[in-house]
Design a binder for this molecule. Structure first.
Ligand SMILES: [Zn+2]
Ligand SMILES: [Zn+2]
Length: 154
């Protein structure tokens, strides 16, 4: 099965920071220059509106500052700035090869990243009309094929 991320794989550097500037992040290495959005209940609660991330190889991420990690489900941890709360990434610490799912907002260099996938589209709020020809999956479609299921309210 082809991976929709493949055409967007890049190696390079991106510099980012949280809103208050206490956390600095340098990505230097392999990443996917395209964003996937998720409308599951957890992502909606955490983001407040729309949650989207791009994949970054774990060894390409270097962060300094007060990063706080919240274990939001059995195998997923969400990281944010411990000073003023900007959201930063999600990671799966028990899966050594899982990429960091990095929130694009802190990085100026992500502005031209296209939306490449959207999951839990059946949970998408009416006020978040994401358009384009990206791949979409409902909760049932996603969970049927997911290696890692993040969890959602029934
Ligand atoms: Zn901050
Ligand atoms: Zn989600």
């Amino acid at each position: 099965m082809s991976d929709i991320r493949d055409p967007h794989r890049r190696t390079g550097r991106l510099d980012g920071r949280c809103l208050c500037g206490a956390v600095r992040i340098v990505i230097d290495g392999d990443h996917v220059a395209g964003v996937g959005a998720c409308h599951c209940t957890m992502c909606r609660r955490w983001s407040g509106l729309v949650y989207g991330t791009f994949d970054v190889a774990r060894d390409a991420v270097a962060a300094t500052g007060p990063v706080v990690r919240y274990r939001s489900s059995e195998n997923a941890v969400r990281a944010f700035c411990g000073t003023y709360g900007s959201h930063l990434w999600m990671e799966m610490p028990d899966e050594p090869h899982a990429p960091y799912e990095m929130i694009p907002g802190p990085f100026e260099g992500t502005r031209d990243f296209p939306l490449i996938s959207e999951i839990y589209v059946d949970r998408r709020p009416a006020h978040v009309p994401l358009t384009g020809d990206h791949r979409t999956r409902t909760r049932a479609e996603y969970e049927a094929g997911a290696f890692h299921i993040e969890g959602d309210d029934p």
